[in-house]
Design a binder for this molecule. Structure first.
Ligand SMILES: C[S@@+](CC[C@H](N)C(=O)[O-])C[C@H]1O[C@@H](n2cnc3c(N)ncnc32)[C@H](O)[C@@H]1O
Length: 399
């Protein structure tokens, strides 16, 4: 049997600037299944060749795979090509800036010059699309926002192929898709991945389901959330514990809420410290938009700035006096300490000498050695049955 033409392409893909490790790869069997299914469905004539949109491409496997298959089909002059014929570039939406950067890096390493455009979720991405490939997101809220956008903006004849690892899929996903599409058909599983095929978008009669805003009575704060943001409009229990120590934190001027999610830490610190200027930063576009909306909704937009960035890469060295961090504990679907360590290391770089990093983490994660090594002297300021809060002081140069 001939090798799958995607194998050699995928083996050359990297995850950088996302965390790299021997047990984390830049593609999965779902990418291959989505591309194979898209090729089959076009060949069967069940979907009009036209415009291809891709949502949730992790590191470029779907986009670059679609372009490679299109080039291969054109060279044999056979059938409909995945990216359409002369219908313009493949349009792709990735929530994470690290994914966007990895796609561009992988394209350039493979010598792919153009052929795709990167878009926010919305009409620019989806208008006229007849085929949409989706790596199913983790949360139903994010799926809901995506399903609404596809049904609202794509061509009425659109076919949505939504794929995921079987172990991460739930019947709730079918239910969400059924709210937005007349027909939802689960396909046969292959290599522990499965596709849900949706077609017949229902006409949009309401405003989009996201962003949502909800008053949090415990905090006295309005929290705004897009579908893809961590914890939605809720308050994470680790964040709640870190906020207990708000009165003990130094009164700083240049403050960063690192991995801000909906920006609760940024807003609560800014409100308690009128002299502070807070940068709320996250790698996720949905998080940054949510944090900006939260600041706005609470009258703090003049002192809280939202920034999409990978681990503060665009902030200068020694430019912050205080960083607040509730680190991630997943890289994609895998539990992995690397994502948290990357942010701790970044805090060590961005803190000015004498500046402090206040962190909350699940006590079993043992982040203290990394905090001590990458930032500086670290003391425990609180502990409950689940979480530990620490304060680390940035060493002066040469100390
Ligand atoms: C546990 S959540 C905390 C969210 C928010 N601070 C809160 O307390 O509700 C961790 C956040 O870190 C973000 N994150 C993960 N890796 C990141 C990176 N390399 N750069 C920036 N943000 C990152 C995630 O997108 C997520 O929003």
């Amino acid at each position: 049997m001939a090798d799958n033409p995607l194998d050699s392409l995928f083996s050359r893909l990297g995850r950088f600037p996302d965390v790299e490790s021997a047990n984390l790869q830049a593609w999965d069997a779902t990418d291959k299944l989505l591309l194979d299914s898209a090729t089959d469905i076009l060949a069967s004539g069940a979907v009009q060749p036209g415009r291809l949109a891709i949502i949730g491409d992790r590191y470029g496997a779907l986009t670059l795979g679609a372009l490679a298959l299109t080039a291969a089909t054109r060279s044999t002059a056979a059938g409909s090509t995945l990216a359409g014929s002369g219908d313009g570039p493949v349009r792709v939406h990735q929530d994470l800036i690290t994914g966007e950067q990895a796609l561009r890096r992988n394209a350039s390493a493979l010598g792919v010059d153009g052929g795709f455009e990167q878009h926010q979720l919305g009409a620019g991405l989806l208008a006229g699309a007849t085929l949409v490939l989706l790596q199913l997101p983790k949360s139903l809220a994010e799926l809901e926002e995506i399903a609404d956008a596809v049904a609202r903006h794509a061509d009425p004849g659109v076919v949505l192929l939504a794929g995921g690892r079987v172990k991460h899929m739930s019947l709730g996903m079918n239910a969400v898709l059924e709210r937005y599409f007349g027909e939802v058909q689960p396909q046969l599983a292959r290599q522990k991945s499965r596709i849900l095929l949706a077609r017949g978008p229902r006409p949009a009669t309401n405003a989009p389901p996201f962003p949502v805003a909800e008053a949090n009575a415990e905090l006295g704060l309005t929290v705004c959330a897009r579908g893809a943001v961590f914890a939605g409009t809720g308050l994470d229990i680790g964040t709640r514990f870190l906020l207990e120590f708000l009165p003990d934190m130094p009164q700083a001027r240049r403050v960063v809420d690192l991995g801000c999610g909906t920006g609760i830490l940024a807003a609560m610190y800014a409100r308690a410290n009128p002299g502070a200027r807070v940068t709320a930063t996250d790698q996720s576009a949905a998080a940054v938009e949510s944090a900006r909306a939260t600041a706005d909704a609470n009258g703090l937009a003049d002192r809280v700035t939202a920034l999409q960035d990978d681990a503060m890469a665009t902030l200068p060295d020694a430019s912050a006096d205080l960083i607040l961090l509730n680190p991630p504990f997943h890289v994609g679907a895998a539990v992995h300490a690397g994502a948290g360590i990357k942010l701790i290391e970044a805090a060590g770089r961005v803190l000015a000498p004498g500046g402090e990093l206040w962190t909350v983490f699940n006590s079993h994660l043992h982040y203290q050695p990394a905090l001590q090594r990458l930032v500086g002297p670290t003391r425990e300021v609180g502990r409950n049955p689940k979480f530990t809060v620490t304060a680390s002081i940035r060493k002066s140069a040469g100390v």
